[in-house]
Design a protein around this ligand. Structure first.
Ligand code: DSN
Length: 418
């Protein structure tokens, strides 16, 4: 089991060291299925914990506002070059602190306050920063939101084109946080071209699948590609903006000095390591296995009567409406957590319940695939989920504890990456 040694932290702050060790144990003993999470490699973890955290470096390689950059510049350049090669893009900025700042930088690069942006509504599977009302992006810009069809759970591209023609957005986002189906980048690009909008593909969830060839790439279709680095891409908490050469200057200026100060160099280094790992042939196997596991799990869940939005999945993610199981998403997620299955409650399209107590749950297979689980394990996971939800309905805590023990037993054979 991966229990970090943390020698210095244990001496200086034993209370905090104990909490980190407890979290490591929790991560070891739990089927982690939050669709946006993963386990990084020991090498990525090493890079994240380096003395690079000591250094300020506002600016870009060769053009900094502080001295002492002779090792920082090649580290950032390495990360940029690796991302350019892996994704096949003209330009990469590796400095955004995370996905939301990356997306805000895109607004800053292309819009003035009050301009129109179009993105998928959050409850339909989009992201806060795609113009949702409570986000700065929905308050400072005129946001027009699209959704998915009630009958198919998929975007109706004809309706979307009509909306875009009517509203004339300057920026269109595709991608999101709860989309189990392949994103049709050429179709979105055609709509964006039709109305003269900049197309941003937010591939935060699927970046690892794109890098590993398990999802079509937005390159050649989107003007800007935004991604976090810590989901299926399996890097540290961070983000990147990739774009065509024509938009490079606008994107760089928007990230720094437009939005951020100094980049987090320890994160940049860890992103470089993750990109190196993602360029290995084994990462293609990993990406394929994520999808194979998700599809096997979807089949097993359907066989148990679960109502999957869109009827299944093409990627790492499954979105379930629990209405027919007689339990809300929130109590279900809590019961599953008690049973050793960690996922999140989530709105489903056209949800009649509130976002803090919605009808659905969302799960993904990136982390459990990193642990080495395969299709053959998925029927057991579906059974445990079904049993835990049934147990919660009858307040049967003994069954939840029994499932957690069975999961702990299974995971002994699947150590954390180290
Ligand atoms: N919080 C991320 C997710 O879970 O999808 C998105 O920002």
């Amino acid at each position: 089991m991966h229990v970090p040694a943390l020698p210095a932290l244990t001496i200086v702050d034993p209370q905090l060291a104990a909490l980190v060790r407890a979290e490591a144990t929790r991560q070891h003993e739990t089927l982690r299925m939050i669709a946006s999470e993963n386990y990084v490699s020991a090498a990525v973890l090493d890079a994240t914990g380096t003395i690079l955290t000591n250094k300020y470096s506002e600016g870009y390689p060769g053009r900094r506002y502080y001295e002492g950059q002779r090792f920082i510049d090649p580290i950032e350049t390495l990360a940029i070059d690796r991302a350019r090669t892996l994704f096949g893009v003209d330009h990469v900025n590796v400095q955004p602190y995370s996905g939301s700042p990356a997306n805000l930088a895109v607004y800053l690069a292309f819009l003035e306050p009050g301009d129109t942006v179009m993105g998928m509504a959050l409850p339909m599977g989009g992201h806060l920063t795609h113009g949702w009302s409570v986000s700065a992006t929905g308050r400072w810009f005129r946001a027009v939101q699209y959704g998915v069809r009630r009958d198919t759970g998929r975007v109706d591209l004809d309706e979307m084109r009509d909306l875009a023609r009517r509203e004339r957005p300057k920026l269109i986002f595709c991608g999101g946080t709860a989309m189990p189906r392949t994103i049709d980048f050429p179709a979105f690009a055609s709509i964006a071209r039709d109305v003269g909008a900049v197309l941003v593909a937010d591939i935060a969830h699927i970046a690892g699948l794109v890098a590993g060839g398990a999802h079509p790439s937005p390159v050649g279709h989107a003007d800007v590609i935004s991604t976090t680095t810590h989901k299926t891409l399996r890097g540290p908490r961070g983000a990147m903006l990739m774009c065509t050469a024509a938009h490079a200057r606008a994107i760089d200026k928007a990230v720094f000095p437009g939005l951020q100060g100094g980049p987090h160099n320890h994160t940049t280094a860890a992103i470089a390591v993750a990109l190196h790992e993602a360029a290995q042939p084994s990462f293609r196997d990993y990406a394929r296995q994520i999808v194979a596991n998700a599809q096997a799990l979807a089949e097993a869940l359907l066989a148990r009567g679960f109502d999957l939005i869109s009827g299944g999945t093409d990627n790492h993610l499954i979105l379930i409406d629990l209405t027919n199981k007689g339990l809300g998403g929130k109590p279900a997620a809590a019961a599953l957590d008690r049973a050793g299955i960690e996922l999140n409650y989530n709105t489903v399209p056209y949800d009649t319940r509130k976002p803090f107590d919605p009808s659905g749950i969302r799960l993904g297979t990136a982390a459990l695939t990193t642990r080495g689980l395969r299709e053959s394990h998925m029927p057991d996971i579906a059974r445990w989920m079904d049993e835990a939800i049934a147990a919660r309905r009858r307040d049967d805590e003994t069954s939840l504890d029994r499932i957690a023990a069975e999961i702990r037993e299974l995971l002994i054979d699947f150590p954390l990456p180290c």
